[in-house]
Design a protein around this ligand. Structure first.
Ligand code: HEC
Length: 124
């Protein structure tokens, strides 16, 4: 009798399992990070503008961003080349955590910035 109950419990637990396409792959479109276009002016600058310019625009940088400017290409490139831009937004240990005091960027935004850097961090 005890064994029969165990068998019933076992099957009632396992038989409900099914592979829902949504559970496996997520809602179509929502988990896909499109990195085909990662131009500085149309993709990277807008990410920096909404997440970083409160402290690192040309006007806010000197007072709120410790002098760090992330508005113009040449200024951003400096922090690409010294590795701090990517280290800070990935919040790696030994780096400053950016955005300071704010929410970490989404994985997709980080991936877009990484992809742009990997393609040569062009002024495009
Ligand atoms: C609330 C203000 C604020 C925001 C928002 C902010 N930062 Fe910063 N950032 C600072 C300050 C202040 C420093 C100076 C270092 C420190 O105090 O941590 C700094 C330093 C930096 C540096 C200099 C290199 C270093 O690590 O010392 C980089 C690069 C940087 N921030 C990138 C970013 C990026 C990218 C974002 C947006 C994703 C961002 N920051 C958002 C305030 C901010």
């Amino acid at each position: 009798m005890k064994n029969l109950i165990l068998v019933i419990v076992f099957f009632s637990l396992t038989s409900c399992y099914y592979d829902s396409e949504e559970a496996l792959y997520g809602t179509p479109g929502s988990t896909v990070c499109d990195t085909t276009v990662t131009n500085f002016s149309t993709v990277i600058q807008p990410i920096l503008s909404s997440n970083c310019w409160a402290c690192h625009s040309n006007s806010a940088g000197p007072s709120s961003g410790a002098g760090v400017l992330l508005q113009n290409y040449t200024d951003v490139k400096t922090y690409v080349q010294n590795g701090k831009l990517i280290g800070d937004i990935q919040q790696l240990s030994g780096f400053n955590q950016m955005p300071k005091g704010g929410m970490k960027l989404s994985d997709c935004d980080i991936l877009k910035i990484q992809t742009w850097i990997k393609k040569g961090a062009l002024n495009n």
